[in-house]
Design a protein around this ligand. Structure first.
Ligand SMILES: Cc1cc2nc3c(=O)[nH]c(=O)nc-3n(C[C@H](O)[C@H](O)[C@H](O)COP(=O)(O)OP(=O)(O)OC[C@H]3O[C@@H](n4cnc5c(N)ncnc54)[C@H](O)[C@@H]3O)c2cc1C
Length: 386
């Protein structure tokens, strides 16, 4: 439906070829062992896909967000799980946009080669939930260092990352005019602090997601880890969050495409009452409806990436893309299980695994309710509800 350049089509084909090396059996094994798909992430890194957004001057391919979105979409559409590596794409934006030249020189080339992994994003906390501005992790300046105390939750891939983008409060909430001030972003070199102020505890979840709790106990990091100006961190990550929402939305489109293809193939092959189940409109209509829903969401994902790439502020567009795409993928997941009947529950079909993985995205990285309240308040001018 969307016409695209030959460059983008070439990226799609290259990602498809790489993903073909990692079939369902690979993911089923990782899933049952709750193991990190290191071989897959290595392959993506070696092929340069995880360095897509890094400018060429720092060793990356200098692509735009629309290309990164296509990479993530194709990973999901192939039945793979991009959640093992997607953060590197979207955290990057904060470093690219607000990091100093020195920080970029120090980290970006080594992230591009895969020597360093930037996969951990520490924002969520157990007590603040979606109310990010009430987070309690504090960073206090002490000479040339910051001392960090507090706790994060759901910090995914922390065990498999060398660097963490960390949001902490540097000025108490009661001492700032606006609660969006006084938060700062740090690029923490985890290799120096794990076991030395930082403790990581895995959380087992319904899918293979390598997520964790992270505790900071008088963790000392150099003051040079601060990104941009102290106290402005929340503003910095907002722009990164648009990138995150667009990339996650693209993953949801990939998931929806996988479920729709899987269901269409099965409905054509499976014979009951002497004919293909897909001959029944009661089976084919839900598949067709999911296809229409996915195509509509895909247009919004594409549009929001274009606004982002043109230097605009796609706050509303990125949120709508994430809302529509996560709902389209979840509807397709449910439809795919229904189409498969009992076999939708059998591990060897991969449907139940993808179903569990796809469930996340109407909750994280931002839940549907919070997107709706953003649209109601900031786009439609309705009264603020919280
Ligand atoms: C597997 C997984 C991986 C994750 N990875 C990361 C990560 O790498 N880094 C990170 O920082 N975070 C991560 N998260 C956290 C994720 O972003 C949050 O779970 C998500 O933003 C929701 O926050 P919460 O869980 O605190 O829910 P809560 O804020 O407690 O909300 C619970 C429910 O109440 C609703 N709700 C809350 N307030 C309102 C309101 N005012 N109006 C209407 N409804 C409301 C929400 O929509 C939600 O449905 C991850 C989460 C999961 C489950």
């Amino acid at each position: 439906m969307i016409t695209e350049s030959e460059d983008i089509s070439e990226i799609r084909r290259a990602v498809q070829a790489l993903c073909a090396e990692f079939p369902g059996a690979y993911w089923r094994e990782k899933d049952s062992e709750r193991a990190y798909p290191a071989e897959f992430v290595d392959a993506l890194t070696k092929a340069g896909f995880l360095a897509a957004l890094i400018p060429e001057a720092y060793g990356g391919s200098g692509l735009k967000l629309d290309a990164a979105a296509v990479i993530m979409e194709e990973i999901q559409a192939a039945g793979c799980n991009g959640a093992s590596a997607h953060a590197q794409m979207y955290i990057m934006n904060t470093l690219l946009k607000y990091g100093s030249e020195e920080q970029k020189q120090e980290y970006l080339p080594r992230i591009a080669t895969g020597e360093l992994r930037l996969q951990a994003f520490g924002v969520s906390e157990p007590t603040s939930g979606t109310d990010t501005l009430s987070l309690r992790t504090v960073a206090v300046r002490d000479g040339d260092e910051y001392v960090i105390n507090g706790q994060k939750i759901w910090t995914s891939r922390a065990e498999y990352s060398d660097l963490m983008m960390l949001l902490a409060r540097t000025t108490p909430r009661e001492d700032v005019a606006s609660k969006t001030e006084g938060l700062s972003i740090f690029l923490v070199d985890m290799r120096k602090v794990v076991g030395n102020g930082m403790t990581i505890k895995p959380i087992r979840t319904m899918m293979n997601h390598s997520t964790t709790e992270v505790f900071f106990d008088d963790m000392r990091i150099p003051a040079s880890a601060l990104i941009g100006e102290e106290g402005k961190g929340f503003r910095y990550i907002l722009s990164g969050m648009n990138a995150e929402r667009i990339l996650i939305a693209a993953e949801c489109i990939g998931d929806a495409k996988w479920f729709i293809k899987k269901a269409s193939d099965y409905a054509s092959e499976r014979n009951v009452f002497g004919r293909a189940i897909g001959q029944n409109q009661g089976v084919q209509f839900p598949i067709a409806r999911c296809y229409a829903q996915m195509c509509a969401a895909e247009l919004m994902v594409h549009h929001s990436a274009q606004v982002f790439d043109a230097g605009g502020n796609p706050g509303a567009e990125a949120n709508m893309a994430k809302l529509l795409a996560s709902e389209a993928s979840w509807a397709a997941a449910d439809m795919c299980v229904q189409t498969h009947g009992g076999f939708g529950f059998a591990e060897e079909y991969d449907v139940e695994r993808k179903f569990r993985e796809a469930r996340l995205y109407t909750v994280a990285p931002i839940s549907t309710n919070l997107i709706l309240s953003y649209l109601a308040e900031h786009v439609l001018g309705l009264p603020r509800s919280y």
